[in-house]
Write a protein that binds this ligand. Structure first.
Ligand code: C2E
Ligand code: MG
Ligand code: MG
Length: 400
């Protein structure tokens, strides 16, 4: 099963699985993304490939792979494996959650996938782990804009109640579908766009495609909110609020359906200029969310000095809820604080059921995370929504 691809490639994926179809499917998907791939279908091969191939990422089904005598995860943990780990399995086989694995074995788990593996879930797990040997350039980014290589993925945001949740909005997340590298995630090109004056063009694209999509869905009777991330660099355009209102109106989308998300660092750049633009947006009914709250530049005063309507708890806190009592306390405190300030509170990074239940118990309004759904293309999301519209646990879409 050893790969013939040279091990010196910067992206080396070792797939450890006993199922030949999974090995074949995952290899093909990973190679298309630019990984050199090696496979191991038994424990001896796992040992050999870890030493020979020095993988940068390991995709492993720990349950299928371990025997009574050998626990594959324990073995990797003892070797102080630095590769990013993606675990796969089916719920019935009792797969541990990523936080449980990191606690038990000292391994960093970057994603957990249900079997049978699907292309988009596998690409979403592998894509962010891809180290590009060559960074993308400004010229490539300009070309990408001209050639229509940008696309938007949407992640559902749900409203929580005691019994379950229902989809109330979607967050637009930018992707670059590069002909050679595959999907490139925003962390790799937003800064580049900001440095070279391209961020307005990217944001216009996301706003335009998102608002058009919401307008189409409005006509189908689906009233969903849309959240779009805004860069701090855009807070120089005082006419932004007027342009936004006109644009929403021309697509039959109510201002209340749009929320603009900014990060704490963005809000700090030019407090007075930012305040004026944010106040204009709010006065037109557009929502404003303080994104990634609780990390970095946390400043509680921003929550009342700037006219926010929502606060989003950073995903790193959401991801820690199940295993860290302090994370649960922080979430409760932010929910209480937000509510006292008249803000709705959304928690990101909800990856398992325990986290969701904690959020329901503490009265958090909204949640987003891989447990509910990963970001996906609009057609896939429409499918996803339809499939859940009649389900018992997930009541029909918000009526307004
Ligand atoms: P963000 O706005 O905080 O978006 C949430 C990020 O967390 C997204 O990453 C999403 O895919 C990821 N995520 C969602 N649920 C989970 C989960 O349960 N677990 C984990 N581990 N991650 C989760 P993505 O799409 O890579 O975006 C990263 C950041 O890039 C965004 O963070 C946002 O700040 C920025 N960004 C995305 N699109 C745009 C855009 O159009 N304009 C600007 N200026 N920034 C953007
Ligand atoms: Mg955001
Ligand atoms: Mg965030």
């Amino acid at each position: 099963m050893a790969s013939t691809i040279p091990a010196r490639s910067a992206n080396r994926l070792l797939i450890a699985d006993t199922d030949p179809e999974t090995l074949w499917f995952a290899s093909r998907t990973a190679e298309k993304l630019g990984f050199a791939v090696a496979c191991a279908s038994n424990e001896a091969q796992l040992r050999e490939e870890v030493a020979r191939f020095a993988p940068t990422v390991i995709l492993i089904d720990p349950v299928a792979f371990s025997t009574q005598e050998v626990d594959a995860l324990r073995w990797l943990g003892e070797r102080r494996q630095h590769a990013a780990l993606i675990v796969s399995g089916s719920a019935e086989t009792g797969l541990l959650s990523p936080p449980e694995i990191s606690m038990a074995y000292g391994l960093e788990v970057s994603a957990s996938l249900n079997k049978p593996l699907g292309t988009s879930a596998l690409e979403a797990a592998l894509g962010p782990r891809l180290i590009r040997t060559r960074r993308v350039t400004e010229i490539e980014l300009r070309r990408a804009i001209d050639r229509g290589q940008l696309c938007t993925h949407y992640q559902p945001k749900v409203q929580l109640d005691r019994d379950g949740w229902r989809v109330c909005a979607i967050e637009a997340l930018l992707r670059w579908d590069h002909p050679e590298y595959g999907l490139i995630y925003p962390d790799e090109f937003i800064e580049l766009a900001e440095e070279h004056g391209l961020i307005a063009a990217l944001t216009d694209y996301v706003l335009q495609s998102g608002i058009e999509q919401i307008g189409d869905w409005n006509r189908l009777g689906w009233k969903l909110g849309l959240s779009v991330n805004l860069s701090a660099k855009l807070f120089t355009d005082v006419d932004f609020a007027d342009r936004m209102s006109d644009f929403l109106f021309s697509h039959g989308v109510a201002p209340e359906q749009l929320t603009l998300e900014i990060t704490e660092s963005a809000a700090l750049v030019d407090p007075s200029g930012t305040l004026e633009i944010l106040a204009r947006l709010r006065s037109r009914g557009i929502g404003l969310a303080l994104d990634d709250f609780g990390i970095g530049y946390s400043s509680l005063t921003q929550l009342y000095k700037l006219p926010f309507s929502e606060v989003k708890i950073d995903k790193t806190i959401g991801m820690e809820i199940p295993q860290t009592p302090a994370a649960r306390m922080i979430v409760r405190a932010i929910v209480d604080l937000g509510h006292h300030l008249g803000l709705t509170v959304c928690c990101e990074g909800v990856e398992n059921r325990v986290a969701l239940e904690v959020l329901q118990q503490c009265g958090c309004d909204h949640a987003q995370g891989y447990l509910i759904a990963r970001p996906m293309a609009a057609e896939d999301l429409a499918h996803w929504i339809r499939a859940r519209a009649n389900s018992h646990r997930v009541p029909a879409l918000a009526a307004s």
